[in-house]
Write a protein that binds this ligand. Sequence first.
Ligand code: EPU
Length: 420
Amino acid sequence: MKFVIRGGKKLSGTAPVLGAKNSVLKAMVSSLLFSGPITVTNAPFIEDVFRMSELLANLKVNIKNKGKRTLEIDSSKLWGANLKKELAEKLRASIVLAGPLLARVGKASFPHPGGCVIGKRPIDVFLDGWRAMGARVDEKKGGFSVAAKRLRGADVIFRVASVTGTETLMMTAVLAYGKTILRNAACEPEIPALADFLNAGGAKIKGAGTPTIEIVGTGGRLLKSSRPFRVIPDRIEAGSFLILGASLGKNVKVVNCNPNHLSALITSLKDAGVNLEVGPDWISVKRPKILKAVDIKTHEYPGFPTDLQAPFAVLMTQASGESMIFETIFEGRMGYVDDLKRMGAKIVLCDPHRILINGPAPLRGREIESPDLRAGLAFVIAALLAKGESVINNVYQIDRGYEKIDERLRKLGADIERVD
Ligand code: EPU
């Protein structure tokens, strides 16, 4: 599957933001902590959600699509403790499932989680956290197994403020015996959204959204769902639309978003001279006559999100002056640079974490491969800006996190086609 894009068209219209990939996946997994079915609303239909559904179905978790973006997920017939290798390897978030599985059935085994080129990152935070809670961790050929007769609360300090590490250990601790404290926890908005839902079902979590989270475990008692989990708006999708609007927008209105979750990006866009108007759940954006170069440094929330680093770099290829992009969260997230250079961007790779971009540089259409979903979307933006035709291969990576992005971009006036 590939996208064929003819660039240069101005974009205008309304861009509705769907539910967040990195919220819905955790909502689905949380079903294992409940005795009966849970309801998840505002679910995006993206490939990662399909993979997670398959992983859950393999454990005899029943998932019903009730229509109108509503899923009903019932783990009452949960069976087994092994995550299917071929599925788990396709999805970094598969490791999140191991936490509630361990908490509920006392064991879990799983392969090293994957996803894409950056998906194969370390998992020491998870393993150390489980060990601190009394679990035995065995590394075997091709994967890991964790087991605990009785999980006990623990005082855990994260070496790095891992988002999925925080969510996984928070969910593990919900059913444990005693109190768990997670220190240097991640603060991304998806974490309090998950904690609020679990608390409504009887969990006792305090401090989610801050670096110190306290969880008093139920001692094995499962939660009871009392309200649906409404998936929060995808701040990365919203941010990608804003960057697109700043690149090519006559007038693009991004709706169904939460501007409070986008403060760092909004500040950087304003610094770049982009015209923005911010409402309670919408932001409208226009490309300015002259875009100014600005520096960004990615940071844990509420700093500039790493998932918007590549799209922002594409915008900076069109800005006047020199901008420095500093990626502090991930190794290997500058893999898109060579392809952007082939398209005509003027970029110097200073070291694996820093690039200097000189602009404005006209971009030309090229054939490119999507290395991961965020770089893939950055290439879509670059191709929409470029003169001539581009082909973007490996669209699966983009479909992992953005639902039918081609159709939605066409509605804004983009010339993009999906070809088998
Ligand atoms: N890290 C470790 N050891 C660990 C865990 C993480 O060294 O055990 C390192 C990673 O290698 C990385 C840093 O810590 O350098 C931060 O990684 P983190 O664990 O926070 O990332 P994550 O939880 O695996 C989530 C999102 C990512 C997003 C990051 C950062 C999900 C499913 N994924 O990943 O989303 O980039 O937080 O905000 O929630 C994406 O959606 O494209 C994506 C990659």
